[in-house]
Design a protein around this ligand. Structure first.
Ligand code: GDP
Ligand code: MG
Length: 303
């Protein structure tokens, strides 16, 4: 199996539930050798909305589809399908993941979205590439959080810096940076406690962590990823919009794509947040995290 085939089957695995709904629907629309008329567009519109692509983004897609079909004198539904796929691919743009080291990533988001799990899976991914990884257990809210991260560190052969429950997370980040420097490591993955954007002190705490990273690692490639749970649909988009007001985000990790039949949310998230989806979570196991590939995603969605 070549690398692309592997990624494609991973993408399909993440979209298993979505394929039951959206892909079947859309497949039926395009396979019926019907005409390209108002009814045809309405059916596509409905399939997109049901898949959580969102009203605004769906309208934009349908408009573009109408224009392109007319401009390119498209007559068959098969050609229209290719046109629709191209529109979505273009909308999703390209995703380049970071490969400049040293690399520091701060993971933020609300409770339970999969921050800690994403760090564990990513540590393993970087480790496979021969990178030296340090984890910072910045969720000091619950003792169990550091324990959970420690397990991931063991599984992925990463090292971890943690403090006692209730400690200042900024101090954990500071110590982790010193360890990171001393080891000459490549990647520092910083976990944080789940927080809501309206908790002012917790948002200030995030800013403090950012300041420490900026001060202690001026030359590093610094990223802040918001982790979003795909099963929460539009709610995930609102969470990110709220975080964006306080912290500068660079990208998204979209988890639990395997747990939703509404994979179209990927398109809405990308379009509405104007942030790249860097990685997707497609299961609970250590290998269930993939670099988001817009091209393969669309191919899998329509297969
Ligand atoms: N099915 C599935 N479950 C996930 C995924 N990512 C995380 N989870 C689960 O979601 C739950 C919360 O994850 P956790 O990393 O503790 O969330 P955190 O509070 O943001 O750190 C755990 O039970 C994880 O196993 C994913 O991509 N797919
Ligand atoms: Mg956590």
């Amino acid at each position: 199996m070549n690398k692309n085939e592997g990624l494609f089957s991973k993408m399909k695995k993440g979209l298993t539930s979505t394929k039951e709904g959206f892909s079947k629907n859309i497949g039926n629309i395009f396979n019926s050798s019907g005409e390209i008329n108002d009814d045809f567009y309405e059916q596509i519109e409905e399939a997109l909305i049901v898949a959580d692509v969102g009203m605004a983004t769906t309208m934009l897609i349908i408009e573009k589809l109408k224009v392109n079909i007319k401009a390119n004198k498209i007559k068959t539904t098969e050609q229209a399908k290719t046109e629709l796929k191209n529109i979505i691919k273009e909308m999703l743009g390209q995703n380049d993941v970071e490969d400049n080291y040293p690399l520091v990533i701060l993971f933020v988001g609300v409770n339970g979205v999969g921050k800690t799990t994403a760090i564990g899976k990513l540590a393993s991914k970087f480790g496979e590439q021969g990178k030296k990884v340090v984890m910072a257990a910045g969720d000091t809210f619950r003792a169990a959080a550091a324990e959970q991260l420690t397990e991931w560190a063991q599984r992925s052969n990463a090292s971890i810096v943690k403090h006692k429950e209730g400690a200042d997370p900024a101090a954990v980040i500071y110590d982790a940076i010193q360890s990171f420097k001393a080891k000459g490591a490549d990647v520092l993955l910083c976990d944080t406690a789940g927080r809501l954007h309206n908790k002012k002190n917790l948002m200030e705490e995030l800013k403090k962590m950012e300041r420490i990273i900026a001060k202690e690692l001026p030359g590093a490639n610094k990223e802040v990823y918001i982790v979003l749970d795909a099963t929460t649909g539009q709610n995930a988009i609102n969470q990110a919009k709220n975080f964006k007001d306080t912290v500068e985000l660079n990208g998204i990790v979209l988890t639990k794509l395997d747990g939703t039949a509404k994979g179209g949310v990927v398109i809405a998230i990308n379009k509405e947040l104007m942030l790249p989806i860097k990685y997707i979570g497609v299961g609970e196991a250590i290998e269930d995290l993939e670099i988001f590939d817009p091209y393969l995603f669309v191919e899998a969605l329509f297969e």
